[in-house]
Design a protein around this ligand. Structure first.
Ligand code: 13P
Length: 354
């Protein structure tokens, strides 16, 4: 597995100096649900306005090193006629693209799913690279239930993740490998730890067999938590310890960075968990940062509500959350940062979105 210089540098640049990733790659159907839940009409233009509001947030570049786009957004122009992808790149934020085509029922495995999108992927990656993407993302999901996930589901998804990652590297894009053990269910933290370990082990076995360069990729896993429906939610410290334990056992140190998904966690809790993981003693050979979707965006979407005059207020709460998450990626977050004190809103507006 040779290292690939350009890819290694890109992977490290995305997560340098406490920076993380904004996952803004919700499919049209997912973002439509989030917009309509807040009485915002979902049109190509409202989705563009929402993403532009996020991407043009003043001061964001100190905390966000990469943004994951999806197919519609990567082709859209800003209100001032600049392609959104150029708006990001011009600010020094590395653009990436979601390339799986979603999860579908896995034949012969009732209740389980496989992420699809390998057919024609080489050509799509080539086109996205020409549009300016420098990394890609593929998300597989695993459900915890009695007897699930099955070995068959774990293997099918791990194999697809490895084929995707190898194709990305061939095409000069850094693969973000995202095996997500879902939080849905009433399982205990210990069960999540066991399943997450099995999934990560299978994924790295497949990545090895596919000759993927570990130095030129990022891993995007779930944290180890109890299921959302469990009566016992583990304290922050316990989540941190279990998460670091599972990474230590199953993720090779050659991987430069682990960027956690938020998976439906409350935004403050997602910040606290990341900070606690970074505060733990013991070897942490990877940069441990964030690639949050909902935990970064929810407050901003709530404030924005599709109204142009609310853009500065929405950008301010988004900037605040990115500031907290970046501090957590450095193990320097404290609850005091949630209040007004210590938060200096940026005062320059590089782009004024409409
Ligand atoms: P969440 O942080 O909302 O889980 O989203 C991250 C992501 O990219 C899911 O694929």
């Amino acid at each position: 597995m040779p290292t690939i210089p350009g890819l290694d540098e890109t992977a490290r640049a995305i997560i340098a100096d406490g920076k993380g990733i904004l996952a803004a790659d919700e499919t049209v159907s997912t973002i439509t649900k989030r917009l309509t839940a807040r009485a915002i009409e979902s049109t190509a233009d409202s989705r563009r306005a929402y993403r532009e509001m996020l991407f043009s947030t003043p001061g964001l570049t100190a905390f966000i090193g990469g943004v994951i786009l999806q197919d519609e957004t990567i082709r859209q122009d800003s209100s001032t006629g600049i392609p959104l992808i150029e708006l990001l790149a011009g600010r020094g934020i590395i653009p990436g693209i979601k390339v799986d085509t979603g999860v579908h029922p896995l034949a012969g495995a009732p209740g389980e799913f496989v992420a699809e999108g390998l057919d024609g992927l080489r050509d799509r990656l080539e086109e996205y690279r020409e549009l300016g993407a420098r990394f890609a993302k593929w998300r597989a999901v695993f459900i915890i239930r009695d007897g699930l996930p099955t070995a068959k589901c774990i293997h099918a998804n791990a194999h697809a993740l490895a084929r995707y990652a190898a194709l990305c590297q061939e095409q000069g894009l850094v693969p973000i490998v995202e095996p997500e053990v879902l939080m849905e269910g009433a399982h205990a933290l210990e069960r999540c730890e066991d399943v997450t370990g099995r999934v990560l082990q299978a994924v790295f076995n497949e990545l090895f067999d596919a000759r993927v360069s570990l130095e030129g990729m990022l891993l995007k896993p779930n944290m180890v938590t109890a299921g959302q429906g469990s009566a016992r939610q583990a304290p922050v410290e316990e989540v941190a310890e279990a998460t670091l334990r599972v990474l230590t056992r199953h993720v090779p140190p050659a991987v430069p960075g682990v960027v956690f998904l938020s998976g439906g966690q409350d935004h403050v809790l997602a910040t606290e968990h990341l900070n606690a993981i970074n505060m733990l003693d013991g070897p942490k050979p990877w940069t441990l940062s964030f690639s949050y979707g909902r935990a970064l965006q929810d407050e901003a979407l709530e404030v924005w509500r599709g109204q142009r005059e609310r853009v500065p207020a929405a950008q301010q709460v988004f900037h605040h959350r990115a500031w907290c998450d970046s501090a957590a990626a450095l193990g320097r977050y404290s609850g005091d940062m949630e209040g007004e004190a210590g938060f200096a809103p940026p005062d320059s507006t590089p782009h004024a979105p409409h």
